[in-house]
Ligand binder design. Sequence first.
Ligand SMILES: Cc1cc2nc3c(=O)[nH]c(=O)nc-3n(C[C@H](O)[C@H](O)[C@H](O)COP(=O)(O)OP(=O)(O)OC[C@H]3O[C@@H](n4cnc5c(N)ncnc54)[C@H](O)[C@@H]3O)c2cc1C
Length: 297
Amino acid sequence: MAANAQGVAEAPFVWHPATAAEAWQLKQTLGTEGVYTAGGTLLRTQWEAGLAAMPNHLINVGEIEELHGIHIDCESGTGTLGAMITLSDLRTSPLVHASFPLLTEAARSIAAPSIRNLATIGGNVLSLVGDSLPALLIYDPVLHWHDGSNGLQESLSEWLSTAAVHAAWRERLLIAIELTQPALDSNTKRFVAYHKVGRRDAFTPSVVTAALSVQLDSDNRLSDVRLALGGGQTIPHRLELVEQFLTGKIANKKTITEVYALVVEHYEPKGDAFVPVSYRKKAAANLIASELWKAVR
Ligand SMILES: Cc1cc2nc3c(=O)[nH]c(=O)nc-3n(C[C@H](O)[C@H](O)[C@H](O)COP(=O)(O)OP(=O)(O)OC[C@H]3O[C@@H](n4cnc5c(N)ncnc54)[C@H](O)[C@@H]3O)c2cc1C
């Protein structure tokens, strides 16, 4: 942060661009001196914890029209969430609940209402570890960015797989997240679940966050299995190996016992001083096994 002639730290200058192009141009001009800010809830915790320095310039993206709005087409089962949609908007939208119910659950599990009124879905995604990510990953999400050209589209899974090591995306402005509901085959039913396990019931960091979507026929045969895990500092991802294992299997005691072992073996969360890797693995396996039991019942 800049200091004045008396050596007293000055608050950052806040820019209020009206368009995505203007915001992007500001970022190009300011470079690392300028940081995009949405709700500012995550940035503030990073500054307070000394994890990031407060920059000299903040680029407030909240006044850019195209970053707002929830657009859902119930017939095609597709939807777009503007990056500036708050977690409170997500939690209370009947349209989101009808088409993408896991997002309603995810929003409910994040922070407290006063934070959710400011915190945005864009900021949650770009934290790389936000609790909305496992839920979003179930809906084939595509990120729409402004990158100074005609716009860039990229699958959320792809972006997550490289974002921690390639920081070039920090130049771009996230505009929206596009989602698609899983289709339902005839004579099947769909079971979905989102579960965040913390060290207490509410207002808690996640130990494990799981999202699950499966299709079952009348024999409880599984198809279109989608399974995403995150929690703590683990970057959320789909568990493709476990999805493949479950596809075509009858959901019964044997399958669920096998899937428990598979998750413990293949899920690789990050541990920390409070919650070691082995605990997170077991918690994840327990969550998935118990949700599969619920699906069968
Ligand atoms: C008390 C407290 C509890 C919390 N609990 C949880 C929790 O349980 N689960 C959880 O997941 N999170 C939690 N958070 C973290 C945070 O509130 C959320 O991740 C929130 O969704 C971040 O959104 P924001 O709009 O405030 O992001 P900001 O702080 O504004 O930005 C976050 C990052 O995204 C970038 N950014 C934001 N918007 C854009 C954009 N459109 N384009 C490009 N870059 C952009 C910023 O530069 C910054 O790097 C908590 C925070 C607090 C303070």
